[in-house]
Structure formats: structure tokens, C-alpha cells
Design a protein around this ligand. Sequence first.
Ligand SMILES: [Zn+2]
Length: 122
Amino acid sequence: MCQRCGVSYTVDAMIIDANTTRVYCPNCLIFIVDTDAVHFKENILVRDDITGEPGAISYISSGETYNLNGDAFKRLVLHNLTPSEYKILYKKYVEPTGERRFMFLLHDDFYSDEGIAVQPIV
Ligand SMILES: [Zn+2]
């Protein structure tokens, strides 16, 4: 159940940062990230999926897990990854499965084949 609005969706996202674990529905998560209503603190013990550097926020929903620094986390939620970020995540999570795996936040409605964001929420 979303801890902001109290509604329960099948795609609620669990966000784990250095301080706590929070659960939000997709709408509230987008609002919170877009307005910086909650400060998410990177966990130094978790490595960023893109850079490999320590310090990441974990996003977990519907079998998808991403560990990203604060800026990339925000871009992931707002469907606005850079092409290189998109390609790294796609190669890491989708390609090894023979492209059978569906990752909602890397959906081809959100990104072109070149990884260009086509529906950014901004
Ligand atoms: Zn909500």
C-alpha cells in the first residue's frame, strides 16, 4: 500500500535508500520524484548499476530491481534515462534473457531502439 495516498496497486514500488524503505504507488512516486518532495539518500553499501560506483537508491517493483544514484533514479522514474544509461540497463537486465524479460521501466513505449526517451515525464 502506498504510504502517501493509502491506495494499493499491483505495481507499487519499494524504494530502499540509506535511511529507510518506502512503498509508493506509481502516481505518488512520480509526483514525489518530480517535485523532490522526499529526499532519498544513496546507500553507500549498494553499487550503482550504471557506473559501478558505491552509492545507490534501490527501486524494486514487479520483479524489476534497479540500483541507481540519485540523478539516474530520478530519470528512471520519470522515463527520461539518457541513451547510454538506457543501453547499460537494457544490456544488464534484458539482453541476457534473450530479450524475453519484460522490464516495465525500459519499455519500448518509453525509449526508442537507440535509447532515446520518447515519453519523458517532465
Ligand atoms: Zn500513492
